[in-house]
Write a protein that binds this ligand. Structure first.
Ligand SMILES: [Zn+2]
Length: 401
C-alpha cells in the first residue's frame, strides 16, 4: 500500500485508545470500534445496583404493558423483556438462585405501583433463557423465571419509563443446534482498506467477494453449517459491531477476511493467518495498527491489557482454526499461483478479535501490493481457489472439534 493510498480508517480514529480502555473495563468483551461502548451489548453480569428515581414529585406509576422480544425461535440466544410504565416507578431488583421447585429468577419489586387490567398475570416463553414472566404479590413485583444457566441484566429507559431486562440463554442449546460460522469481510463503506489502483482492486470489495464465495462453498461442503456475513454490502461497520454479531448469535467460529498490503515494495507476498495475542514483532504491530486504524504506539500501549481478556481455551481453538485455514488456503491458492508464499500463523493485536467469545482469526489472504497476487486477484479462478481453501479450513476445524 503506497503512502498516497492511506487507509481511510487511520484518520479520525487515532484517539480512541482511552475510549477503548473504558469500554474494555466496562464490558470486558466487546470489540473496539469508532462508536462509543454500548452498555446494551455488555456481557450478562451480576445485576448492578441502579439509582432509583427520587420519591419527590412523583405520581403513582402504573405498569401498562409487558413485552417480550427476541425469543422467536427455539434456539434463540436470548430474550428482552420490557416493562412499560406510565409515570416513573420506584423499584428494586433482586437476582435469586434456584431454590427447590423455584428456578433462578429476577424479581423486580415495585413500590406504589398499580398494574393495568390488560397486563397478563403470567406469560410463558420457554425460549431464549426465559421460562416465563409473571406478576406476584403481596409486595407487587414482576418475576422473570429463568431457564437453567441463563443470566440477565437490567437497565431502565425514560420517556416513557421502561424497565428492560436482557436475558442471555445458556449455551446448552449450542450442543444441539447447527454450527454457525460468521465471516467478516474487512473494512467497507468509508473505510475501503488497502488498494491497488493499477489493477482496480479495493480491499473491502475483494474481501466481500471472498467472503461470499467462502460462504457458498462452505454451505456446499457442509450443508449442516449455517454461515453469516457481518456485512453483505459496502457499508460502514464498526469493529465492535462485527464481533458483537458473532457473540449475539453464539457463533462457533469467527473469520475476518482481509487482503494484505505494504508501503514498501515487497519481494514476495503470501498468506498469513493471525490469532489474537500480544506481540513485539514490528511488522505485525504495523499491520495491526493499519487494520485497527490506530498508531503503532497505541497498539503497544494497550496490548498487554487486552491480552488478559482473551480466554485461554478460546486461544487454543483460535490457533487450531488458524492452522487449518492457513494450510488449506495456501494449498488451494497454490493450485493457481504455485509460488504463493507461506507467511504462517502469527499473533497480532486485532481489535476485531478481542471481544469475540469464540475461536476467531484474521486472514490476510494475499498481497494487494505484490504484483503476481494482485494480478491473480483480478481473476475469478484465484478468488475461488482462495475461498475454497478458507472453506475447507473451516470445515476441517469444525469436523475436528
Ligand atoms: Zn484489512
Amino acid at each position: 500500500m503506497g503512502s498516497s493510498r492511506k487507509h481511510a480508517c487511520i484518520q479520525g480514529r487515532t484517539n480512541t485508545s482511552r475510549l477503548y480502555l473504558f469500554g474494555l473495563l466496562l464490558v470486558a468483551a466487546s470489540c473496539q470500534g469508532d462508536s462509543s461502548p454500548s452498555p446494551d451489548r455488555a456481557l450478562p453480569e451480576p445485576l448492578p445496583e441502579l439509582p432509583e428515581p427520587s420519591k419527590a414529585d412523583r405520581d403513582k406509576a402504573q405498569l401498562v404493558r409487558i413485552d417480550v422480544y427476541g425469543a422467536a425461535t427455539d434456539d434463540a440466544a436470548g430474550a428482552r423483556v420490557v416493562l412499560l410504565f406510565e409515570g416513573a416507578p420506584l423499584f428494586r431488583q433482586k437476582q435469586l438462585p434456584a431454590n427447590g421447585m423455584l428456578p433462578a429468577r429476577i424479581a423486580i419489586e415495585l413500590e406504589d405501583v398499580e398494574w393495568g387490567a390488560g397486563v397478563p398475570v403470567s406469560q410463558f416463553v420457554e425460549r431464549g433463557g426465559l421460562r416465563r414472566v409473571r406478576l406476584a404479590t403481596p409486595n407487587p413485583r414482576v418475576v422473570l423465571d429463568l431457564q437453567p444457566g441463563a443470566t440477565g441484566r437490567l437497565f431502565y429507559l425514560t420517556d416513557p419509563y421502561r424497565i428492560v431486562v436482557d436475558v442471555s440463554a445458556v449455551s446448552r442449546l449450542r450442543q444441539k443446534r447447527r454450527p454457525l460460522v460468521v465471516l467478516d469481510p474487512g473494512h467497507g463503506g468509508r473505510e475501503p482498506g488497502a488498494a491497488n489502483e493499477r489493477h482496480g482492486l479495493v480491499e473491502s470489495q475483494v474481501a466481500l467477494d471472498l467472503a461470499e464465495l467462502t460462504a457458498s462453498r462452505l454451505s456446499a461442503i457442509m450443508p449442516r453449517v449455517r454461515v453469516m456475513l457481518t456485512r453483505s454490502t459496502d457499508v460502514d461497520l464498526s469493529l465492535e459491531e462485527r464481533c458483537a454479531l458473532a457473540n449475539a448469535m453464539e457463533a462457533d467460529a469467527f473469520v475476518s477476511i482481509h487482503l494484505n498490503a505494504s508501503s514498501e515494495p515487497v519481494r514476495k507476498g503470501g498468506v498469513t493467518t493471525f490469532v489474537l495475542d500480544t506481540t513485539n514483532n514490528r511488522q505485525a504491530l504495523r499491520l495491526a495498527a493499519r487494520e485497527n486504524g490506530t498508531r503503532v504506539a497505541e497498539v503497544t500501549g494497550i496490548q498487554s491489557l487486552l491480552a488478559k481478556h482473551h480466554r485461554r481455551t478460546q486461544a487454543k481453538g483460535s490457533r487450531t482454526l488458524a492452522g487449518k485455514i492457513q494450510r488449506h488456503t495456501l494449498k488451494r491458492g497454490r493450485s493457481v499461483l504455485p509460488k504463493l508464499s507461506d507467511r504462517g500463523v502469527r499473533q497480532a493485536m486485532f481489535y476485531v478479535l478481542v471481544g469475540a467469545r469464540m475461536p476467531s482469526v484474521l486472514l490476510e489472504a494475499s498481497f494487494l501490493t505484490y504484483e503476481p497476487e494482485a494480478r491473480a486477484l483480478t481473476h475469478r479462478n484465484y478468488r475461488r481457489a482462495l475461498a475454497d481453501g478458507i472453506a475447507s479450513g473451516i470445515a476441517s476445524y469444525l469436523l475436528g472439534r
